[in-house]
Design a protein around this ligand. Structure first.
Ligand code: F6P
Length: 350
């Protein structure tokens, strides 16, 4: 059996754990693996490398992806899909393991439904916003990175009696902000899933200060829905878009809300306030033990699905088991935070 794998979309820690496990599982069964470079771009252009178990054994602790990644969408142009089909045939491939988020897996799902193309999906993203799997690998490492950063910000915030506004990634789902907000005992957690009235947060920060807490930690999702009252009492909504720029899949670039929140807090409370945008730091670094194990398990099961010729599936974590689900059911539905998480967090946010 000859299997190709590729990594698409925003990178995250433990992509290499998956690649290593796919390669090992296929090689153990006497098969061979190649890797397309830079996501679907490599599958279109026929850019690939041979992957051997011996050569990939050391990549487990390495962040990012040894194959490179891109947000290339072959469905933007029908001739690109034809190129993928031709390369697949030309290279004598039996299966393609696509490791990615909703966009990458959406392409894999469409290739399967349109052409019965032998695809298998592995869910990844720091955003943890994929349906059909309990957790995506990369999320845990990201949380630890945010937790570590905010632990450091806390000491300087405390020394200077400041409020620190920390902007987190996650697009239109607040998993990173909610979980790291809980892990960092934040004073406020602002997520896209629920509307935050900034004036209420300002009142809370003032109350806490009056009660003796001389600093504040405010966690804000890049896609948070935040309203405030202007000087005339009109309710306004903060803008979450950094620029009008869209990627190949039509996603608008988010960012910049943390600065607006910090300015408004400073203006409305008089408390010295600073903002920190954690940005791509959240996607970097060596994977945590949890992500190494999850990525490895998902990679093994993706390899096994390929060996069984069970295509059009995505491997997923359900409780403690790795299962497979139809790709078509797994894509196209963003999973936001179930309300109970923010409800639990709210005990500490009042
Ligand atoms: O989906 C992962 C993610 O890191 C999002 O949280 C973020 O909005 C986006 O990717 C950033 O993308 P880029 O790396 O293209 O700026």
């Amino acid at each position: 059996m000859k299997v190709a794998c590729l990594t698409g979309g925003g990178d995250c820690p433990a992509l290499n754990a998956v690649i290593r496990a796919v390669v090992r599982t296929i090689e153990n069964a006497g098969g061979e693996t190649i890797g397309f470079l830079e996501g679907w771009r490599g599958a279109i252009n026929g850019d690939w490398v041979t992957l051997k178990a011996m050569d990939t054994d050391e990549i487990l602790p390495k962040g990012g992806t040894i194959l490179g990644s891109s947000r290339t969408n072959p469905y933007k142009d029908p001739t690109l899909v034809e190129k993928i089909l031709a390369n697949f045939k030309g290279l004598g491939l039996d299966a393609l393991v696509a490791i990615g988020g909703d966009d990458t897996l959406g392409v894999a799902s469409k290739l399967y439904s349109d052409y019965k193309f032998n695809t298998i999906g592995v869910p990844k993203t720091i955003d943890n916003d994929l349906s059909s799997t309990d957790f995506t690998f990369g999320f845990d490492t990201c949380l630890n990175t945010v937790m570590d950063a905010v632990d450091k910000l806390r000491t300087t915030a405390e020394s200077h009696r400041r409020v620190m506004v920390v902007e987190c990634m996650g697009r239109h789902a607040g998993w990173i902000t909610c979980f790291s907000g809980i892990a960092n005992s934040a004073d406020s957690i602002m997520v896209p899933e629920q509307v935050t009235m900034l004036d209420d947060v300002c009142d809370l920060l003032k109350r806490r200060r009056a009660a003796g807490k001389k600093y504040g930690i405010v966690m804000v999702s890049e896609g948070a829905e935040i309203k405030y009252r202007d000087e005339s009492g009109n309710v306004k909504t903060l803008d979450v878009t950094q620029s009008g720029k869209k990627d190949d899949f039509g996603h608008i670039q988010l960012g910049g809300i943390g600065k607006q929140v910090a300015e408004l807090i400073k203006y409305k409370t008089g408390i010295e306030t600073r903002e920190v945008v954690l940005g791509h730091l959240q996607r970097g670094g060596s994977p945590s033990a949890y992500d190494r194990v999850l990525g490895t398990r998902l990679g093994i099961h993706a390899g096994r699905l390929a060996l069984k010729k069970d295509f059009g599936k995505m491997v997923a974590l359900r409780c403690i088991k790795i299962v497979s689900v139809p790709l078509s059911e797994a894509v196209g539905q963003m999973r936001t935070i179930p309300p109970e998480f923010m409800d639990e967090a709210s005990e500490f946010l009042r």
